[in-house]
Design a protein around this ligand. Structure first.
Ligand SMILES: Nc1ncnc2c1ncn2[C@@H]1O[C@H](COP(=O)(O)OP(=O)(O)OP(=O)(O)O)[C@@H](O)[C@H]1O
Ligand SMILES: [Mg+2]
Length: 460
């Protein structure tokens, strides 16, 4: 989630200078030496910013800019690098859709300033800060005790890049997010690529998983017409993330254990032992202990994996993080949906803070996404925040309020039902109107207005 920059320049001196300046600030940096390579890099992953030289061996950088911009939507921000900063050059660059331009020779401070300014324009700045917190956690302390402990563990683990790690935690708490963070800690941005390979053990059929992980040699099985590298090889000098490890079939568990012990393995049908340097991070939301006791998970593998257990605390144990996370998600969603929402009102935040998020960070993210859709204002208000019904209320789940037919035998009008219902809720909340509004999922002023309209006054 670090903001990424693609440098397109055939001049090595400039690339090295820009790469090191940007990497030191926590950006993910890639480079390309010509237009053709730049296109490939952009196809692979759209960067946030492209630093684009105009004079390239295979054409004018401006052509690339126009082409990518024409493709639309998720176009990166372009900063053009020109030989001289004259007005004509600048105007042409900005007309073509660049956000800024730089003149050579480029000062690193100018470069950083312009890149950051460009990101700021798009509201990505907080993302940068958040990732800087991950890259250099000593700069910003997380707000909750639970996350401070968590970050310290990440830092320690980053220093032993081959130690396997088991990440546990409830669904939606951020296990995958933690795995990616650990990967970034372990391989800080240097411009060199180290891969993070992600495998969901539950999603791959049991009889294919071994081939997927370890690869195969030609002829290993009937359909193996050519040999293939497995994901472990692709993860060399990086991280192999085995999600839902509890679902890994028994025979693959044995092979994984052997690999963990030696960092060596054989492809299926292969004779040669291959050696790689890979950190295995496994994750699960299951109770692996219970799986081991039930004989569904190998005890020896469990011991090997659980030398380091990283527990991602449920969001309920780190309520202090809610405002920062909520703000981050507002900005992400607003950008994606092209809305002008910039944040949350104090009341909206207060409403979130009272909720206990059984679905953890993922649930918070979903709630914010809905709120951004509903919100008409720059700030999200409490009524934009829709909490699931179970959470709205301390009301027992058995029948709370029934509607009976009126004297004429027909169903009562809505106002009448609402009046009775609202009175019943007020009663249940011991007359606390704020709490009743909360339970009903509407804002306090709206609730008061409705009370007046329904003719329910203070003493009811
Ligand atoms: N600290 C964080 N900062 C920003 N986003 C986060 C953070 N933690 C989690 N998220 C986001 O919350 C969502 C859920 O996180 P993630 O997928 O890592 O959960 P999980 O624990 O792997 O869940 P599951 O058990 O269901 O697989 C993701 O969209 C992730 O990007
Ligand atoms: Mg997950």
């Amino acid at each position: 989630m670090k903001p990424s920059v693609l440098i397109v320049d055939d001049e090595q001196v400039f690339r090295v200078l820009a790469e090191s300046a940007l990497a030191a600030e926590g950006f993910e940096v890639r480079s390309a030496i010509n237009i053709a390579r730049a296109k490939k890099e952009i196809d692979r992953a759209v960067p946030d910013v492209v630093l684009l030289d105009r004079r390239l061996p295979d054409g004018d950088g401006m052509a690339l800019l126009r082409e990518i911009r024409a493709e639309g939507q998720s176009a990166p921000l372009f900063i053009l690098v020109t030989a001289y900063a004259d007005i004509a050059n600048a105007v042409e660059a900005l007309r073509a859709g660049a956000v800024d331009y730089l003149a050579k020779p480029v000062q690193p401070t100018d470069l950083l300033l312009k890149v950051k300014k460009a990101l700021e324009v798009r509201g990505l700045r907080d993302r940068l800060e958040l990732s800087q917190r991950l890259v250099t956690p000593q700069n910003v302390e997380p707000k909750s005790q639970a996350m401070r402990a968590f970050t310290r563990t990440l830092e320690q683990l980053a220093r032993s890049p081959f130690t396997p790690v088991l990440i546990v935690g409830p669904s939606g708490a951020g296990k995958q997010y933690a795995a990616e963070a650990l990967h970034r800690y372990t391989y800080p941005p240097t411009g060199a690529d180290s891969s993070f390979v992600d495998v969901n053990c539950a999603a791959i059929p049991a009889d294919l998983i071994e081939g997927t992980l370890f690869g195969w040699e030609r002829g290993a099985f009937t359909d193996a017409r050519s040999s293939r590298r497995g994901l472990i090889e692709l993860a060399d000098k990086g991280t192999l993330f085995l999600d839902e490890i509890a679902e890994l079939p028994d025979h693959s568990q044995a092979k994984l254990l052997k690999f963990l012990d030696a960092q060596r393995f054989r492809r299926l049908g292969g004779e040669r032992e291959l050696e790689v340097s890979v950190r295995v991070i496994a994750a699960t939301n299951r109770d692996v202990d219970a799986f081991v006791k039930a004989g569904k998970f190998r005890e020896d593998l469990y011991h090997r994996l659980s030398v380091f257990v990283l527990r991602v605390p449920p969001l309920a144990e780190r309520h202090e993080e809610i405002p920062d996370l909520a703000q981050l998600f507002v900005e992400q969603c607003a950008r994606r949906m092209k809305k002008r929402t910039v944040g949350l009102s104090a009341d909206a935040l207060a409403k979130l803070s009272r909720y206990d998020f059984p679905g953890n960070v993922r649930e918070l993210k979903n709630i914010i996404e809905r709120a951004v859709i509903l919100s008409a204002e720059a700030r999200i208000e409490p009524e934009d925040i829709v909490l699931p019904p179970a959470a709205r209320t301390e009301i027992p789940s058995n029948v709370f309020f029934g509607v009976s037919l009126n004297a004429e035998g027909s169903p009562p009008p809505v106002d009448e039902v609402e009046r009775a219902y609202v009175q019943r809720v007020l009663e249940h909340m011991n007359g606390r109107r704020g709490a009743a509004a909360e339970v009903l999922g509407i804002s306090y002023p709206t609730f008061l207005r409705r009370l007046r309209e329904l003719g329910i006054d203070r003493d009811n």
